[in-house]
Design a protein around this ligand. Structure first.
Ligand code: IPE
Ligand code: IPE
Ligand code: MG
Ligand code: MG
Ligand code: MG
Length: 306
């Protein structure tokens, strides 16, 4: 007999597969030859953006839009924009000046394939394109609100600030509150932006914008989801394999990174991720059945091997 939780996760697996294909078709369409864009730059952008990622961020945007009463399709520009930001951050994260990695999404990193200069510029171009996609994808007020959310999540007090801290802590170390603050920005801020963007895509044109209670519930879910995600990313680096994860493992300790398993050990880190997953699900209670897929996605993230 199929238990209820298995049924939910089978349903989700198929649903996510379908949505992932739709997102990937949109990403592909967004990266077409444009007069003035050097073919080598386009090639590097496509190489990294279309490589087989999990597409978690665009999926979160789509699910949040559905939970906000949308049909999901209206969330595609926002979902693609976040994925572009995410991929730019991966390209830069892998550079020799940062984590110095040679494998990403199961293939050589962008700078290994195209050289450092073009990799940096491909990242720059994806970052810029993300905001163009938002500006062209929504009516002016919703587009402006989406640009603001994405800029806040990705910028100096969000993802980029977290990346700066991540590198600084390689030398300085830190305690649990430092680690939480680091993860909240380096990874969490962009996940929170995904949930907010989903609400904006579905409800941005309502007078006064999206329902504040809905945004609060989604945001609280996003906060827990983001932290659980980064804990499991840290755990994959300790327990995972490069074949499964598509990236090198065992590098965090070698670089002296401040991580959950490094600070608390594997068992306590896993317990924390589990607790955060349950907490994320509890925050969805006000959404009723609308939060069902988001709840299942949180569970998947906690048990992932890639
Ligand atoms: C990896 O993100 C980088 C972090 C923020 C830890 P993902 O695990 O979502 O990477 P892809 O998109 O599936 O490659
Ligand atoms: C990367 O974190 C976070 C961003 C790219 C913003 P990590 O350095 O832990 O990601 P991986 O492990 O290389 O994917
Ligand atoms: Mg890093
Ligand atoms: Mg890295
Ligand atoms: Mg990592």
């Amino acid at each position: 007999m199929i238990s209820e939780s298995t049924a939910v996760s089978d349903d989700l697996t198929q649903y996510l597969r379908d949505k992932r294909s739709v997102v990937e078709a949109h990403l592909d369409a967004a990266l077409r030859p444009t007069p003035g864009c050097p073919p080598s730059l386009l090639e590097a952008m496509r190489y990294s953006l279309l490589a087989p990622g999990k597409r978690l961020r665009p999926l979160l945007v789509l699910l949040a839009a559905e939970a906000s009463g949308g049909r999901g399709a209206e969330a595609l520009p926002a979902g693609c924009a976040v994925e572009m930001i995410h991929v730019y951050s991966l390209i830069h994260d892998d550079l020799p000046a940062m984590d110095d990695d040679d494998l990403r999404r199961g293939q050589p990193t962008c700078h290994v394939k195209f050289g450092e200069a073009l990799a940096i510029l491909a990242g720059d171009a994806l970052l810029t394109l993300a905001f163009q996609v938002l500006a062209e994808g929504y009516p002016p007020a919703t587009a402006a609100a989406c640009c603001r959310e994405l800029a806040r999540g990705a910028g100096a007090a969000g993802m980029v600030g977290g990346q700066v801290d991540d590198l600084a802590r390689e030398k300085r170390g830190g305690g649990l509150s430092d680690l939480e603050a680091l993860h909240a920005r380096k990874t969490g801020a962009l996940f929170r932006a995904c949930l907010r963007l989903g609400a904006l895509a579905a409800q941005g044109e309502r007078p006064g914008g999206p329902d504040p209670a809905l945004v609060e519930a989604l945001d609280a879910y996003g906060r827990c989801f983001g932290l659980a995600f980064q804990i499991t990313d840290d755990l994959l680096d300790v327990e995972g394999s490069a074949d499964q994860a598509g990236k090198r493992v065992g590098k965090d300790a070698a670089h002296g990174k401040l991580t959950y398993p490094g600070l608390l050990g594997v068992a306590e880190s896993r317990a924390r991720a589990e607790r955060l997953c349950r907490e994320a699900q509890q925050h969805l209670a006000p959404l009723g059945d609308g939060g069902r897929r988001l709840a299942a996605l949180a569970r998947m993230v906690c048990t992932r091997d890639r």
